[in-house]
Design a protein around this ligand. Structure first.
Ligand SMILES: Cc1cc2nc3c(=O)[nH]c(=O)nc-3n(C[C@H](O)[C@H](O)[C@H](O)COP(=O)(O)O)c2cc1C
Length: 172
């Protein structure tokens, strides 16, 4: 079961040049986390290992972003995106995440791997209104239609700008 943590407004920053690394199995359960992950989340290794990665999910994150993440990595491609994460104490930290599928020597999927860096302040300023629009669309829609409503908002923004999702996130 996922613990319920009350989010606070206290922001934490990933130090410049540091990377948060984690690995999951094919179902998204954490199989490895580096020291920086433990430090910034405040969770112990024992608290993280075997848990779903949504243990650090922040309620300000639109579901549509995670839908896109899973759709992308399940298609064998790499996902890049800005993620607001929840700490054990309710605080938060933003990352620019890269998530990729991992394969064994026989080419079989064994899990997923994620490396996260500190995002620029300018990128966060641009992405936050996008996420707010996606969240608003999710809240206005029925549970069943929330994801498509959210993805449509993102798609509409990309079409207006005339860019792909990756072009968008890498030029923020
Ligand atoms: C390798 C990997 C890393 C992930 N890292 C995060 C993360 O840092 N924060 C997060 O909220 N979700 C992360 N996810 C996505 C979660 O698995 C999950 O889809 C997301 O938290 C939404 O959870 P929910 O569907 O229960 O709302 C990651 C997934 C994978 C495969």
């Amino acid at each position: 079961m996922k613990q319920r943590i009350a989010p606070t407004d206290k922001e934490w920053f990933l130090p410049e040049g540091e990377t948060i690394i984690s690995k999951t199995d094919t179902k998204g359960r954490i199989t490895y986390g580096n020291g920086i992950l433990l430090e910034i989340t405040g969770f112990s290794e024992a608290e993280l290992l075997g848990k779903q990665h949504n243990i650090v999910r922040h309620p300000d994150m639109p579901r549509g972003v995670f839908h896109l993440l899973w759709e992308t990595v399940k298609a064998g491609e790499e996902f890049n995106g800005y993620v607001k994460n929840l700490r054990k104490d309710g605080g938060f930290y933003w990352v620019f995440a890269n998530v990729t599928p991992s394969y064994n020597g026989r080419g079989e999927l064994v899990g997923y791997y994620s490396v996260r860096r500190k995002p620029s302040a300018a990128a966060l300023k641009s992405i936050q209104p996008v996420y707010q629009q996606m969240l608003a669309a999710e809240r206005a829609a029925t549970t069943k239609e929330a994801i498509s409503a959210s993805r449509n908002v993102l798609q509409g923004i990309l079409e207006t700008k005339g860019v792909s999702y990756d072009e968008f996130v890498f030029t923020l």
